[in-house]
Design a protein around this ligand. Sequence first.
Ligand code: LLP
Length: 404
Amino acid sequence: MTDIAAAVGTPFYVYSAATLTRHFRLFDEALDGMPHLVCFAMKSNSNLAVLKLLGDLGAGIDVVSGGEYRKARAAGVPGERIVFSGVGKTREEMRLALEGGIRQFNVESEPELDALNEVALSLGLRAPIALRVNPDVDAKTHAKIATGKSENKFGIPIATCREAYARAAKMDGIDVVGIDVHIGSQLTQLEPFEQAFTKVADLTEALREDGHDIRRLDLGGGLGIPYERSNEMPPLPVEYGDVIRRTVGHLGCEIEIEPGRLISGNAGILVSSLIYLKHGEGRDFLILDAAMNDLVRPSMYDAHHDIVPVIEPAAGAEQSTYDIVGPVCETGDTFAKGRAMPLLAEGDLVAFRSAGAYGAVMASEYNSRPLVPEVMVSGDQFAVIRPRPTFDEMINRDTIPVWL
Ligand code: LLP
């Protein structure tokens, strides 16, 4: 890590190719025996190198914007392995995916269905779709990332979706292929999945009775990861796979899942260095060169990330508690409060664990701090997969109008 830091400068993200591979395979193997496609939710990590690595392993990709669609294609993933989710797809995005090739649109509302039908007809095509149903299940996760309750903006209420399917079946630009559900992210129990998938199984049977050829079930993502070493372990992909087999396995459908965090989260860390150790009144601060603009999860969701020295301290080394903060001018720029850490010197490196998902993708240039770079390691080699922009690049992106 020290040599990467010397080459790239801090802060930076680093991802392990081996861990990404292993996590993808865990899901792939968990669905063994059922026809399936594991579609990586690229919103969790959209670096082209990560997409290429997973795409080459046979992964599909779950995209939520025209930008993500273009990136997935640029990484070499064929359209027939891309599913398009999201509540606000524009007509332009629909056209892009229909012309470029798409496995299926996960449609979230009737107005979206009308728009997609129109766009497909204008191109002389039929859009393969699943309707995203909202099963009204409590995912028992952070409120900002729960999506499967009836009060959330996502999906069509499961109780009334038969009418929506009936309408869809009459549209010449629409080909109904399945059902889609996603109830939230960072789920640490299997029970909400079980409830949602059971509802999807019942719905599959009801829709088949109505004459629809339901041949594909997209069960979304959401399986959580351990952020704190001390905490209980969330269920494993193989246990999640068993829930799928038990609830929908008998239906003979092709299964799609959209995991993001479990594939990329623990495959990445954020490396930062200590700028100052500041003694405050009643508390001491470790001021790092990473900030909320580089990793927003602690300020946005009160999320916990383990922060550890890159060079392990000697056993029995002195420890103290610190508030660990960044240099941004906001009190919210706090990564941890009262965290036990060994004594660090200025310039020492620390690693934020479990930062490979929803880390770099949510970074910004707030406080005019250039976007944090990304590195991939594989065996004993590493490659910069997104360089840090230079100050000139950052400054020259803006333009001053001639009349100023
Ligand atoms: N599919 C859909 C339709 C989704 O909305 C999401 C995540 C996923 C799949 C992937 O879920 P995962 O397997 O990664 O849990 N920024 C937040 C997480 C937002 C999740 C949004 N949707 C965070 O940092 O915790």
